[in-house]
Write a protein that binds this ligand. Sequence first.
Ligand SMILES: [Zn+2]
Ligand SMILES: [Zn+2]
Length: 304
Amino acid sequence: LIEVRASGICGTDIHILRGEYMGDYPVIPGHEFAGNVVAVGARVTRFRPGDRVAVEPNLACDNCLNCLNNRQNFCEHWEAVGVTVPGGMAEYVAVPEKAVFDIGSLPFAHGAFVEPLSCVIHGIQKAAIHAGDRVLIVGAGPIGILLLQIARLQGATSVAVAERNPQRAAFAETMGAEEVAHDLDDLPRTAFDVVVDATGVNDVMSRTLDYVRRGGTLLLFGVPPRESRVDFDAFELFRKGVTLHTSFTSVRNSYQAVVLLQSRRVDVSDLVSHQLALASFARGVDILETGAEDVRKVQILPQT
Ligand SMILES: [Zn+2]
Ligand SMILES: [Zn+2]
């Protein structure tokens, strides 16, 4: 049983709210959170009350064909905290021991990034960014900024970011982007070894192929709405010999996320723009949807 101390609102939560994602109502959202252990079941061995922890929301059965082949993200009995079972937008939440990771002295606000960072690590592993690569990241929301940092850690020598929001674009520059474009049109086509979409906006996703070099890699990372379409030039996809990846959640990448945050190799200290009380959850969603303010990550602090 975890007393939730920081719980991030994610674009996926907005999809869940609109019925565009998996899971059914009623559900308590919140799949990016950290807090204190306050009670443990009789068979729990790794934790005791007082431990500071983050949660990996994906719950795999460990017993189906996909789980037995280390594809736990495609578990045939997949459940997720905050998606199909009650999540961290609450004062307390009970989760299985295997979903819990010790964060030591990491601030709770940083611990709430363990989940999004683990998804980013999984995506970048799939895209296989190599030393010397030129990378383009489309979208500089919190996920785009995490992708930028992991791409640099993998050895990318230049990371360009495309972002329309001027504040987000400026922030990407301070976080190490070599080039920031306000419009995809300002970037060279067929120029990048790896292009990553972090918007999930169909029209934007449809344009990403233009920017991948021949033989390069395209990673569609952002979550698009359900039953929507991406429109690629099929001949261009063929002629370029592009490797196309998608990335669904993560496969046990939370430990890596914890140590990257603890070591500050990934820095999330400036990624949180708003911290609100639990009663202000709807306002938090509103802030994200309108994007009017200099919004980065909005977190709910249920104990305030
Ligand atoms: Zn999320
Ligand atoms: Zn399974």
